[in-house]
Design a protein around this ligand. Structure first.
Ligand SMILES: [Zn+2]
Length: 295
């Protein structure tokens, strides 16, 4: 079930399975960046940004998907997670700049009055995508399973990439220090609504719209109900959950504009961009670039 952001504050944060005390803010070391404002944003979408039919969709901007925060998870005894690697030579090989950029962009859009909609990877501990739940099995080539590398064929014939444990929805047995990885690092106050995905044990869900068994997260229904027909999308990872979400949205008649420098790939940016452009999505280099969306 989606969670309305106004219900996230205080004790209601537990609706996402996250206790309020897990919201530790460790962002004080993030680098300062020049502020974003109308003067340096170069984004035109056929109408002013504050029109009600335009919204922002953030894909899986969660602590477990960043090096900066997931170090805590590794110390807590879990495996590391796919690290978004900066692909521009001017950025340090760390995701601190990326994290700050995405926070800043989200703040900008929030202050413009756009709805900020989030997806959150949210798995049970026994989720089918975790390599740790397939110990002793072999991959599709008969080799030992390596997280982030191997693919297995499930008993029903579906292929499944093997990931390290990530974004585990806390339960009463989980140590508090391990419970924070599911969180978004974007200040929760910016969100209008959040859609958990991958919540069923036997289906992965790269798309924020539906899982691999075809069960809807409610995202598309929410966009339709709110008459939102154009979304600005960014998040993690370009070639996995961002691409799959964008493809689903475009195919359901929602126009998508992806901001590439607010995304990071798990394996290949090129592959992600190719998939998104093949369904008609607009892919911009950045918010500050000289791109104008022609509608
Ligand atoms: Zn996942």
């Amino acid at each position: 079930m989606p969670v309305q952001a106004e219900k996230l504050g205080g004790p209601n944060i537990q609706k996402l399975g996250i206790k309020a005390e897990y919201y530790i803010d460790s962002a004080e070391k993030l680098p300062e960046l020049p502020p974003l404002n109308d003067a340096n944003i170069n984004l035109t979408i056929r109408q002013p940004l504050n029109q009600k039919d335009v919204a922002v969709v953030l894909i899986d901007l969660q602590k477990d998907f960043t090096t900066y925060y997931a170090n805590q998870a590794v110390r807590g005894g879990r495996l590391g997670v796919p690290v978004p690697v900066p692909e521009t030579i001017n950025e340090p090989k760390s995701d601190e700049v990326y994290i700050q950029k995405t926070i800043q962009a989200t703040k900008y859009f929030h202050e413009k009055g756009l709805k900020i909609i989030g997806t959150l990877d949210s798995h049970p501990q026994d989720h089918i995508s975790f390599a740790s739940n397939h110990i002793g099995q072999k991959d599709e080539h008969g080799n030992d399973i390596i997280p982030n590398v191997s693919r297995i064929i499930l008993p029903d014939g579906r292929p499944q990439i093997m990931w390290p444990d990530h974004c585990v929805r806390p339960d009463s047995s989980m140590k508090p220090e391990n419970a924070g990885g599911i969180q978004t690092y974007i200040p929760w106050q910016y969100f209008t609504i959040l859609f958990p995905k991958g919540t069923q044990q036997n289906f992965d869900s790269y798309s924020g719209a539906q899982d691999k068994g075809g069960t809807s997260t409610g995202l598309i229904e929410y966009l339709n109900t709110n008459l939102i027909n154009h979304v600005i999308v960014y998040g993690l990872a370009t070639d996995v959950c961002v691409a799959d979400t964008v493809v689903d949205l475009q195919q359901k008649g929602i126009e998508v504009t992806v901001v590439l420098d607010l995304c990071r790939a798990a394996f290949s940016t090129k592959k992600g961009v190719r998939n998104m452009e093949s369904v008609g999505a607009t892919v911009l280099d950045s918010l500050e670039s000289d791109n104008t969306i022609q509608m």
